[in-house]
Design a protein around this ligand. Structure first.
Ligand code: CMP
Length: 140
């Protein structure tokens, strides 16, 4: 069914000028851009967004990385776009991500405390709704 997914181009992707390339792949796949924003995330946005990871060893480095500069938030829409975008993104670890995916084609291990893996995509309809309220409060 038609659904929406919340996509982030993370600070590494933004800094490397990959926002357009990510959005190009989303549109080439046939998904629609519903909303777009460039912003440097607040601590509150990040603690809410990453609540499930609190206490994990990469949690604090993750918050530091994610607040290190602008991200592009995109609300995308299409049949099956939640699983579809995760498929476009590829595996969390860019070294393992298959060629043809965003992380497989454009990402690598930089030897840092956090996987700087270019993009985030919602993992379920519940996550998409929760994350939309964080990044697009007027649409949530
Ligand atoms: P994301 O899908 O946005 O959600 C959690 C993020 O934490 C993930 O992308 C990576 O950026 C990072 N991450 C997940 N697992 C690890 C890990 N084992 N080591 C370092 N960073 C991780």
């Amino acid at each position: 069914q038609t659904e929406r997914s919340l996509v982030l181009v993370k600070p590494d992707g933004y800094r490397r000028g990959l926002t357009g390339e990510v959005l190009r792949r989303v549109e080439a796949k046939g998904y629609t851009l519903v909303a777009l924003a460039v912003l440097t995330p607040s601590r509150e946005q990040l603690t809410t967004h990453y609540a499930e990871h609190e206490g994990k060893p990469f949690y604090e480095p993750l918050l530091e990385f994610m607040s290190s500069g602008p991200v592009t938030a995109a609300l995308i829409e299409g049949h099956g776009c939640i699983a579809g975008f995760r498929s476009l993104a590829g595996a969390t670890d860019p070294t393992a991500a298959a060629p043809g995916t965003i992380r497989g084609d454009l990402g690598r291990d930089w030897g840092l405390a956090v996987q700087q893996n270019i993009v985030h995509g919602s993992d379920s309809p519940e996550s998409a709704a929760r994350e939309t309220a964080i990044w697009f409060p007027t649409l949530g």
